[in-house]
Write a protein that binds this ligand. Structure first.
Ligand SMILES: [Zn+2]
Length: 237
């Protein structure tokens, strides 16, 4: 599951080297909000989420972000900055579940002119993320899927913000590759990061709605390979 690459490890803020041309045409429209889909049973997934225009949410979230950060919000924001070199505020709060059969774990307000990007994470996903903070022991089989889903969602939202893309397939591909570093950035042991990233690589493809399915280029040495020393790619059996 662990892919080793020949390139040396880039530093935090420069790890994300990607050709701009690869993203052009996939950039988010103004006001677009992207939805993060949690790991839910495949049978329950009925549709892919879409980027939708909801400018009022940008105002609402930026207003909400004026308050102090909770420990979970601080931990996720710090990890996102360390792992992907982008400082994006995050708010943990209930998210209205508007799509039947799909659980929304988070969404990202894309940068819009003077309005910066901002992220909302569902409360349970924030709780799950907190369980990897400073974690030194691998999780049990019973625990790991839920924790991995939370880390995967946080990583996914920060990828949206970092690459300013609303392309869910590309975002998931980059999230696969960044989830190891997101877990390390939360202070977890490499063994834990390996377990989390490996679980995402196995479990996420089972439940990804059509729009989130990764491209054949999402593989080692494929066009969407970010060239990290340690990267996980979707494992589809
Ligand atoms: Zn998304």
């Amino acid at each position: 599951m662990k892919k080793q690459h020949g390139e040396s490890a880039p530093e935090n803020n420069t790890r994300a080297k990607v050709s701009v041309g690869r993203i052009i045409g996939k950039s988010a429209l103004a006001f677009s909000v992207t939805l993060g889909i949690g790991l839910v049973p495949a049978a329950a997934v009925t549709a892919g989420a879409v980027a939708v225009a909801r400018p009022e949410h940008t105002k609402e979230l930026l207003y909400a972000l004026k308050g102090d950060l909770t420990p979970a919000e601080q931990a996720i924001r710090d990890a996102g900055e360390k792992a992907m070199g982008v400082d994006v505020p995050v708010r943990c709060a209930p998210i209205p579940q508007t799509q039947e059969g799909v659980h929304i774990n988070g969404y990202t307000h894309m940068k819009d002119g003077p309005l910066p990007a901002a992220i909302r994470m569902e409360d349970q996903a924030c709780d799950g993320f907190m369980r990897v903070v400073s974690r030194q022991e691998p999780f049990s089989e019973d625990e790991v899927k839920a924790v991995a889903a939370s880390v995967g969602s946080a990583t996914h939202e920060y990828v949206h913000a970092r690459w300013n893309t609303s392309d869910e397939s590309l975002t998931d591909c980059y999230a696969f590759q960044n989830s190891y570093y997101m877990t390390i950035a939360a202070g977890a042991a490499p063994e834990v990061a390996d377990q989390i990233a490996g679980t995402i690589a196995v479990e996420r493809p089972k439940v990804a709605p059509a729009e989130y399915k990764t491209s054949p280029e999402c593989r080692a040495d494929g066009a969407q390979d970010l060239g990290y020393d340690i990267a996980y790619f979707p494992i589809v059996s």
